[in-house]
Design a protein around this ligand. Structure first.
Ligand code: NAP
Length: 468
């Protein structure tokens, strides 16, 4: 094979998934001066940016400003966006293998982890991921319905997604109307009768998964008091020893300080309450045809190989509620033709090189980056370093000639294939038109944008450009 990665023979890379890791992978590939590359970034949605658009809470607009960085990548020579193209449906992995030297999967972890308790499927019990998608106008969740006519909602898990959904349930109409929250969600949240949001952490305050600014923010809500029972912030001896030791990370130590300060507060009479509970696990969700109460088991912490884990003490408590949001983490969805580690819910890989099976070597030309490579952890920026590791492996494989040998490395071949299959792909220019239309819809209302919810609406905005 002629040397790939030269000006005459650029390496052609398909990246699947246009979230942060997809853009960071594209950036690392395209900014390298030595390797000549062309990157086609695919996404099943017409809109790029993954969880920055569909996950980050609407009242956190600063976090979304990272989009400017991705726009710079999109402006680089050799970059193309193919939105509205679902790999595994519109095109198969095998098709990509015929068209590219390498494929990088950056599809994230698209579904929720299950609790495995009775009543989890009752109407009124939802994955937090669905609630997040719904308020963020993600097309997949446009049809979801959340009954907000109850007084108490329970959020299970105490990571940053749990703080996001708790906050969204407690924001005032005034606060919501300044954001890009989906219109259907603003309307429902405005009429919500939820007055108390209880967040259940299965371990103690020293093991909470949320980070400092996110938990602190719960104490600064315009119309919601934060409530922590002083008994709940009394640390058990092992946690106290950990928090006072040099081993304790700053996040855990500061979390405990913030929670202790919350525990000293008196409710100030705000309309809503966010109650943070600890050592509390859901045991069963009960109700006659819909969620009516949750049975909570009291936990104690036990040391398992140096990690403090929750163990059921047998003590039970019942809490009436009409809505349960299960926020216990995300997991990946397998892609046909890509080896998957069922146990971890990730693409089987080593440092971003996809493996053929647990004890076999690299599936040549296949790579992964981001959550689908390492699991649903870290902040947006964590994916930059993660993608760099993968791209370094890709570059070293290019140097060693370990790539796919595409039949049609011509950049036009993919467009012909999509045209043949009648797929209306959305280019980055098309996306910019959708983006401008959304921003324009928001302007008269002083909102950053009013998002389109349905894919058809987005395509209609493009008129003949994609339909013709
Ligand atoms: P997460 O941080 O992993 O939190 C998951 C939570 O679920 C933990 O509290 C975990 O408790 C709990 N949990 C797991 N299984 C459980 C069970 N069977 N019963 C009860 N509780 C259970 O996940 P996440 O909140 O989905 O967030 C995903 C990632 O996105 C994180 O890295 C997060 O920081 C990031 N994120 C960041 C922001 C932000 O920066 N503002 C916003 C949203 C998300 P244990 O700790 O005991 O396992």
């Amino acid at each position: 094979m002629a040397q790939i990665g030269t000006e005459q023979n650029p390496v052609r890379v398909a990246i699947v998934g246009a979230g942060p890791s997809g853009f960071y992978a594209a950036e690392h590939i395209l900014k390298d001066g030595d390797v000549h590359a062309q990157v086609d970034l695919f996404d099943r949605l017409p809109t790029p940016f993954g969880l920055v658009r569909g996950g980050v809470a609407p009242d956190h607009p600063k976090i979304k400003s990272v989009i400017r960085v991705y726009e710079k990548t999109a402006a680089r020579d050799g970059f193309r966006f193919f939105g509205n193209v679902k790999v595994g449906h519109d095109v198969e992995v095998e098709d990509l293998e015929r068209l590219y030297h390498a494929i990088v999967f950056t599809v994230g972890c698209e579904t929720d982890r299950r609790l495995g308790i009775p009543g989890e499927e009752l109407p009124g019990s939802h994955a937090a991921t669905a609630f997040v998608g719904w308020y963020n106008a993600h097309p997949d969740y446009a049809g979801e319905e959340f009954d907000l006519s109850c007084e108490r909602a329970v959020v299970i898990g105490n990571g940053n997604v749990a703080t996001d959904v708790a906050r969204m349930l407690a924001l005032t109409d005034h606060e919501l109307r300044q954001t890009d929250t989906a219109d259907h969600a603003i309307e429902m949240l405005d009429r919500s009768r939820v007055r108390e949001v209880v967040v259940l952490g299965r371990r103690g305050p020293a093991q909470a998964a949320f980070t400092n600014p996110e938990v602190k923010e719960l104490g600064e809500m315009e119309d919601a008091d934060v409530v922590v029972d002083p008994a709940d912030v009394e640390l058990d001896p092992a946690s106290r020893e950990f928090i006072e030791s040099d081993e304790a990370d700053k996040t855990s130590r500061v979390n405990v300080e913030i929670l202790r300060e919350f525990a000293q507060r008196q409710p100030s009479g705000k309309r809503k309450r966010i109650v943070l509970r600890f050592l509390a696990s859901p045991v069963e969700i009960q109700g006659d045809g819909k969620v009516e109460k949750i049975v909570i088991g009291r936990n104690e912490l036990v040391d398992e190989g140096g990690t403090l884990r929750a163990r059921d003490s047998g003590e039970r408590e019942e809490l009436e509620c009409g809505l349960v949001l299960r926020s216990v983490g995300y997991t990946g969805i397998p892609i046909e033709g890509v080896p998957f580690d069922e146990g971890r819910g990730l693409i089987l890989n080593e440092g971003g090189r996809v493996l053929d099976s647990h004890d076999a070597g690299h599936k040549v030309g296949h790579y992964a980056a981001g959550w689908i490579k390492r699991g649903p952890s870290g902040v947006i920026g964590t994916n930059k370093k993660d993608a760099l590791e993968t791209v370094r492996h890709l570059f070293s494989d290019i140097a060693d000639g370990k790539l796919l040998a595409p039949e049609s490395p011509d950049p036009a071949a993919v467009e012909s294939l999509l045209a043949e299959r009648g797929v209306r792909f959305v280019s980055f220019e098309d996306w910019e038109a959708i983006d401008q239309a959304e921003v324009g819809r928001g302007e008269p209302h002083g909102r950053p944008r009013v998002k389109f919810v349905r894919v058809e609406e987005m395509l209609e905005t493009l008129g003949e450009k994609v339909s013709g």
